[in-house]
Design a protein around this ligand. Sequence first.
Ligand code: ZN
Length: 272
Amino acid sequence: MEKMVITCAITGAETTREQQPNLPVTPEEIADATYEAYLAGAAIVHVHARNNDGTPTQDPQVFKRIIELIRAKCDIVIELTTGGAVGMTAEERVKVVALEPDMASLDCGTVNFGNDYIVNTLPDMRHFATEMEKYKVHPTLECFDLSHIYASHILIKEGLIKPPYHYGFVLNVPGGVKYEPDVVTFFLSKLPKESYCTLMGIGRSCLPMHYGAIANNCFIRVGFEDNIFMSKGVLAKSNTELVERAVKISRDAGLEIAKPADVRKLFNLRNI
Ligand code: ZN
C-alpha cells in the first residue's frame, strides 16, 4: 500500500478533561471531532464512549448514537473498542460488535496497564473473533507484547481470523513494552503474510512512532486516547491538530493519504 492510513482515537477510556480540556466526551462532541479529523485526513476513527460524567461506558446505546451521528456526516471507517476500560467484563466489552461497525479492536492478551492490568484469555479472544466474524466486523489485532502476536497466530490457525490482517502495536504503555525502533522491526518480523500494521505510540512515543511507521511501511494512529500533547508541556488544541501533523509528516515522506474508501477496499469492508 503506497498510501498512509491514519487512525484517530478521539477519546479513549483513560484521558480526562482535567488532563485535556478539549477532550470530546458526549456523542455529539465525539462525532464533531471525528468529522474534523476526517476532513484533516483520518481514514479510520477508533471510538470509545463515555457517560455524561466522563466515566467510560460500553453501553451499546451510546455507541449506536455515536455511529448514527458520525454516519450523518461522513463515510469514515468506524472502529469500535472492545477493549473498553480497565475492570469491564469480556461480555460487557464485546456487545458493541452487534452494532456492525466496520472494524473493532481485538486485544490479543493480558498486559500491565500502568498500575492496573488488562485481562484477555484465549477463550475470550476466540469468542470476540467469532462475534466479529458473525457480524462481518474486521478485527484490529491489538498487540501490547510479543506474546500477543503469538496468541494471534493461534486464532489465525484455528480459522477464526481471515486475511488481510490488521495489527496494531500499542507501545509505551507504562509497565508494557517500550517503543524502540528495533522492537518494532522484530515484532513486524513475526507477523503472518498479508498483514498490515498500525503503530500506536502512547504518550511521548507518539511522534517518534510516526517516523517508525513511515520507515517500516506501517500506518499511524494519533488522538487523545494515546497522547494529548503536541510537544513537551504543550497540549494539542484538538485531535485534528494531531492528525494534521501526521498528514504533514507522511506527505513530506512522499506518501499519499488514504481515504476511507481505500481502507474499505484494502480490508474488504462493507461499502456504505
Ligand atoms: Zn482504544
